[in-house]
Design a protein around this ligand. Sequence first.
Ligand code: NAD
Ligand code: IPM
Ligand code: MN
Length: 357
Amino acid sequence: MPERAGSGKRIAVIPGDGVGKEVTPEAVKILRAAAKRGGRELALTEFDWGADRYLRDGTSLPADAIEMFRREFDAILLGALGDPRVPDNQHAADILLGLRFKLDLYANERPCVLFDPRLTPLKNRTEKEVNFWVIRENTEGLYAGMGGFFKKGTPDEIATQEDVNTRKGVERIIRYAFEFARRHGLKRVCMSDKSNALTCGHNLWTRVFAEVRREYPDIQASHMYIDNLLLQMVRDPSQFQVIVTCNLFGDIASDVGAGLIGGLGLAPSGNIHPGRVSLFEPVHGSAPDIAGRGIANPMGAALAAGMMCEFLGWAAEAKSIEGAVRSAIGEGKTTPDLGGSMTTQQVGEWLAARVAS
Ligand code: NAD
Ligand code: IPM
Ligand code: MN
């Protein structure tokens, strides 16, 4: 059991699979440098959960993990989960979705913030114009795991997947988005659903949004169907500040958003339940196509560690991590995905040194 480090914070680290194992140690170096600079105490505990362990002894998310995290940790830093040797990715579902659901981390914050106009594939767009957040519902929807097979493997097979939308779940994420906007001094919240086709589940989203928006007259509330939202994100991202949407649409919108800011290597996220142990990770996955080559961009993981600092109340540390990433991009100290020629480790060490200086 990790020691309670005075007023320090207890962080669980799960590097996971593929590039998760390459970017997480770099994010940890940067986090340690930021904590040291700020005179903060950190107690880090690493967990070897991932495909290797699952294939070795069948462990994915141990039965006592949830209680342990609640009792003994302030936050979790995760790399990525997913491995071609586990074709159904059962371990990833158990660990990643298991933590999100069982810790009730209902708000997935995914910033889409452009650090340098050279990084966006859009024409003539500045940092001011690509600067919004996707707030993704993170505990229900099509991810709830409800469904099943009938006559599996036969020509008559039926497979179902239920879209679970609860009044409580929808209301709390919509309210979270409005509160988030207020806290950050933002003025616009756009809710996105597909209520024209999903006439039950997303009808609930429409009704709850109409109710909750009335409590926030200071915020401009709008609605877009998800197909149009994705088009508008690409056509004119400057119209968005906060987007709130369901689990699946938030997953998709945040990858499109990452595309607008320079790619998945740069995108962080926080899986949050206010006041409870929460989980921070890059948006990207285990990237088997580049894993093991030392070229994965560690910035998404580093910025996730920055979001974790913010969550822990370490605002100066969060700022220093983001500042270091901005400087690295400005000075071309980047991995190949951003046009540079540095390795994962070199970028990590550069960022840690900048944070320490
Ligand atoms: P992916 O995010 O792993 O990769 C998509 C593309 O982005 C690839 O071309 C990859 O090379 C690139 N990329 C990703 N991270 C990068 C980085 N740090 N630096 C530079 N380039 C990067 O998505 P995928 O290929 O669809 O999925 C691979 C595996 O990861 C699957 O098993 C999937 O289920 C899993 N996955 C896990 C998470 C997670 O743990 N949160 C997220 C997404 C996907
Ligand atoms: C993400 C990932 C996960 C998701 C997968 C691995 C289940 O794509 O974190 O964006 O869909 O939530
Ligand atoms: Mn995703």
